[in-house]
Design a protein around this ligand. Sequence first.
Ligand code: FES
Length: 276
Amino acid sequence: MKIINKKIINDVGGVKIIQLDIASGDIASKALAGQFVMLMVNDKGERIPLTLVNTDKSRGTVSLIFQEAGFTTQSLGKLNSGDALYSLVGPLGHPTEIKRYGRVILVGGGVGIAEILPVARALKGAGNHITTILGSRNKELLILETELKSASDQIYIMTDDGSYGRKGFTTDMLKELLSKDKYDLIYSVGPIPMMKRVVLVSREYNTKILVSLNALMVDATGMCGCCRVSVFGEVKFSCVDGPDFDGAGVDWEELEKRNKVYSVQEKHICNLFSAS
Ligand code: FES
């Protein structure tokens, strides 16, 4: 799987958000909004899931956006145009249910904004009115504003430090909108604490909420149990039952705990390789 193009979207203090366009005609021809791929950087590496941000059927490419966070994303970030991935499997997961809901609010935070883009385009294409709220820590970390502007009827930017758009959290704007108008669906992707807060606001205003979960995955075929989440008390697997779930039913505390389970080992590996 050859990398056709690499673009550094931003680089803040050495932490990069990167877009890779990868040749894969098969995945490009089948992928739908909300689906993801599993990739391996090399034959010794772990498998990680990344959402398909864009597909170009005519070029036979798929685009992935990721932030260099752990060992594998840092290794992925070292690859360049012309390099090849060891493996790329997909499209995986259920596509987002695209239909005419009416008035939809999309809430994206951090690098989760990348996952909002294909859903915004698909929902807009289905005739929905799209209001998008993007949140980032500061102006430098904000991604895909131009692309999401053209996929939305209205867009609001929130930054934690007020360096761009309005100062505050995505949920501040969400509350403001829901208190003035009726909306038919909220769709949210981002850090778990943000999605948790979005769900609380949706409950307050009795609005349907879908979330796309980034659970830890190993095989992504429903066999290993690694991506287990509890939704309305039932065990679900993010890879084969999701990644979209009714946010009102997600056990967020359990998900948060499970996602941190390898954080010590991750830090150890990163230290080991940065020292070598
Ligand atoms: Fe193994 Fe989902 S990744 S069950």
